[in-house]
Every structure is written in C-alpha cells, then in structure tokens.
Design a protein around this ligand. Structure first.
Ligand SMILES: [Zn+2]
Length: 485
C-alpha cells in the first residue's frame, strides 16, 4: 500500500505524512466568524477537513481536531469597528446574542451535511486571557510596539531574523494587506504590521481590560493561542480556505515564531474555492446561494431541491485543492451518480457467491486506499467506487463471479469508503421511513389539490409553504404536482 502523502502548501511539495507523535494527529482548522449565515464555500472547506479527519481516524490515528469559533470582532487592522458589533447595533442585539444565533445556525448546517463535530471547538472570547499573555510575550520579544493603547506586530523587525512570507511566498514589499486606509489614519509604523491588540473606540461594545487599553484582540491571534493551547507549540496539520493563507496564516506563523521560536505547523493544507455557475459567489451581484437553499430548492438557479448527501457527493467528486463549480446541471449529474452508487450498495445482498472470483477484489481495495493516501484524492476514490458498481452489476447479471470472502471484502470496502470516509448518508437506511414520508406528502398534495378546486388558495399556499419549511419542495406542472425532499 502507498503510504499517506499530503500536499504541503508550506513547501509546495507532496510529502510523506509523518505525525509528530506516533499514532496521534493534531489538526487545527480555522472556523467560522459567527456574525452571519455560513457561506456554502465555507461548508466545502469544513467538509473537506471532515473527510480528512474521517480518513485519518479510519486508518487508525487518534486525532485531536480543533476548529475554533471566531466570536470576538473579526476585524481588519484598521477597522474602527468590528463586524460583530456593527451587526449587533443594526439588529439591536447583544453581540453574544448574534454569536449564539449564528453558532446554532452553523452547527445545524454542518450537521445537515453530516460533518462530525471537532474534538474541541474553542471560542475567541473564551481565550482572552491567553491572548493578552501572548501579546505580552511578543512585546517582551521586542517584536511588537504600542501606539495609543493598541499593540502592533513589527513585521519588518521580525523579517530581519525570520521569513515573513514563508507560507504565502510573498515578498515583504508585496505583503501589505489590502485595506482601504486613508493616509494618517493608521497608528501603524509600517503598512505590513498587523494588530495584536486594538484599543476599543467608545462605540465598540465587545471590550476587555488589558495592560494597554480597554480593547479587543487582533483576529490572527486567537488561532495562534488556541492551537498552541490545545495542540502544543508544534502540531501536525493546520487547515483552512486558501483565502486565509495571507495574511491570516502568515500572521499565525509569525506570532508563533515570536512566542515559541519554532515553526508551529508541519503540514499546511488549503482548500480551494467554490464558484457558482462559473463565477465567483457574491451577495452583491446576486450570484449567491446559501447551503440551506440547496436542500430546500429555494433559489432560482436550481430546478429542484438537492439532498445534503447529493451535495456532499458533488463536493467529494472534486479534489479539495481544485476549484469547484456549483450549478444545477452539476448537481443533477451528481444526483444520478449518487443514486447509482446507492442502488449498487442495495444490490449487494442480492449477489450470489461462487467458488471462484473472476475479479481481483484485493487489488481493487488497494486502489481505493492508494487514492486516499495520495493527498486524499476523493475523485479518484469515487472512480474506483464506480468500478465496484460495475462489478456489482456484472455479478448480478452473472457475467462475473465472486467468492463469498471476496464479496464480503467488496461490500465492507464500498460501505466503509462511502459512509465512513466520504461521509455520505445512505438513502437506503431510512427506506421504511421514507416510504411513510412519501405517503404523507402525497396525501398533502391531494388535500392541496382539493383546496385549490374549492378555491381555498390560502390553504393550498399554506400547505406548499409549510412543506418547504421542512425542506420538501412541491413543483406544479402539467402532469400534476411532483415533490423533492
Ligand atoms: Zn485561523
């Protein structure tokens, strides 16, 4: 079997994976900022690391997976106010009320897409003391300075002895964060410097006491502090979306080096973007979809609702480091593929074994592991799963034969990769329930039809809307009404 290799964005190379402590893996992934609904692109990132987490567990590692919640202001260096406070004033809520609302939403969505919870989900506000200590450490190391109650990391000074740009491969002169700051508005010595602690303006709601001012920590600091606290000064894997590579992850490395004088992470992993209909997603252009709109079908770009498992299958059909384009057509194609896979798994117990095999199942199984060991190559794994679908259909038609033992290996392997590793949920496990559900929905469709015939449109609309709230979409067409769950 091929050993596990990981594309390390720090070195730009695919490297043999060797954990710092044998048998154990420490993995940190930058979590969401909980001031708005989770973006579907973020769902893809978290789903990719969920698959990685699942595979590491499957091959026997004990994994401590830490994914944080950013619930203190997600600020840019020179922002006079942070996003959580802004939203709080707009909606007239306490910041922690906003945080609670969107944390619940985040968990609900991830659960819907069958993501396992991380081992630890620490919050930024729960680690203010540690962040203040880290700022002090960086000040003591002479790599930060105080201006008007705010503390900034001295990037140029750090770069004299270290390499600021080691991850993003940016030169120091190109590493100026793209913030719209008017001349003279910033307290920073150099435009590259970033905030470790910001003094709070009077209107700022979230604030804590510190030796420098009443204020709040810089965004980059929480990940450094929480990863160090739970995984140690050096740990195995740090992940996130590639948009976080600079400045966020570059700053994390600099802060850790300043505090602990060692590189914090062995393998940096970055997931790629999710586009919509060939274009970047953006709320302002309307080229945008929420994760819940995919399974309710409640978005004009979709012809129907797609189940979370179909969407998950669609995402797993691309390598985590490739750009993926979401579209109605792509989801329809994935739905067909997913159904074909489920159908084959259902057919497994109809297969009859014989005294000899005409298929080399061990070699096939090996290829599945080799695909995953090659930097978690899920599209290749899925291609192998479809090879198994072909075998199953041929065996069913008596065109190939298989022994009892090989059949057990085939069934076990296809199920392990489909459910345990890719994290798909079976459309079969709930067959009884789904039959009942279909019956109930058909009954409601009939009642709605009668309501319409009696010109009771309010009731007919209510049935449609209430079903949609539950994720069941009705579509009226010439032949009658169809539904998707
Ligand atoms: Zn982070």
């Amino acid at each position: 079997m091929q050993p596990l290799k990981i594309q390390n964005t720090l070195t730009g190379k695919k490297e043999l994976f060797k954990s710092i402590t044998k048998g154990f893996v420490g993995m940190y992934v930058c979590g969401p900022t909980v001031y708005s609904n989770v973006h579907v692109g973020n769902v893809r990132t978290f789903m990719s690391f969920d698959m990685i987490y699942r595979y590491l567990l499957h091959i026997g590692y004990k994994v401590r997976y830490v994914r944080n919640i950013t619930d203190a202001g997600h600020l840019t260096d020179d922002a006079s106010e942070d996003k959580i406070s802004t939203k709080a004033r707009l909606e007239k809520l306490e910041p922690m009320e906003i945080v609670q609302k969107y944390t619940v939403d985040f968990h609900k969505i991830l659960q819907k897409y069958n993501l396992l919870p991380p081992s630890i989900e620490p919050t930024a506000t729960g680690h203010i003391v540690e962040q203040i200590e880290a700022v002090q450490q960086i000040l003591d190391a002479g790599l930060a300075y105080i201006v008007n109650g705010s503390v900034y990391f001295d990037v140029l000074k750090y770069n004299e002895t270290n390499n600021y740009g080691i991850l993003s491969k940016r030169k120091i002169e190109d590493s100026i964060e793209n913030t719209r700051v008017l001349e003279g508005q910033s307290d920073k010595k150099n435009p590259q410097d970033f905030a470790l602690w910001k003094r709070a303006e009077p209107e700022h709601i979230q604030r804590w006491n510190s030796p420098w001012s009443q204020g709040f920590p810089g965004w980059h600091l929480e990940c450094t502090v929480m990863s160090t606290k739970y995984l140690g000064e050096q740990f195995d894997i740090h992940g996130g979306g590639m948009d976080l590579k600079f400045p966020h992850h570059e700053c994390e490395i600099a802060q850790s080096e300043a505090c602990n004088h060692k590189a914090p992470v062995k393998y940096w992993m970055h997931t790629n973007m999710l586009n919509l209909n060939g274009k970047k997603m953006s709320k302002s252009t309307g080229n945008h979809i929420l994760p819940q709109e995919i399974y309710t079908g409640n978005n004009d770009i979709l012809s129907k609702a797609f189940s979370p498992s179909v969407t998950r299958f669609f995402m797993m059909q691309a390598h985590y480091s490739s750009i993926l384009d979401l579209s109605n057509e792509a989801l329809l194609a994935s739905e067909k593929g997913y159904n074909r896979l489920m159908e084959a798994i259902k057919n497994l117990n109809k297969l009859e074994s014989t005294s000899s095999s005409t298929i080399n199942i061990e070699a096939w199984k090996q290829k599945c592991y080799d695909a995953m060991n090659d930097d978690f190559n899920t599209p290749i794994l899925i291609a192998h799963l479809f090879e198994a679908v072909k075998y199953i259909n041929l065996i069913k038609d008596k065109k190939e034969s298989i022994t009892k033992q090989d059949l057990e290996i085939l069934a076990e392997t296809i199920k392990v990769f489909t459910y345990e590793v890719l994290g798909l949920t079976s459309s079969l496990q709930t067959n009884d329930d789904s039959d009942k559900l279909t019956g109930v929905v058909e009954l409601l469709i009939q009642l709605r039809k009668e309501a319409k015939e009696n010109k009771n449109y309010a009731l007919s609309d209510e049935i449609r809307d209430k079903l949609l709230e539950k994720g069941i979409q009705l579509k009226d067409n010439r032949e009658g009404t169809t539904f998707s769950i």
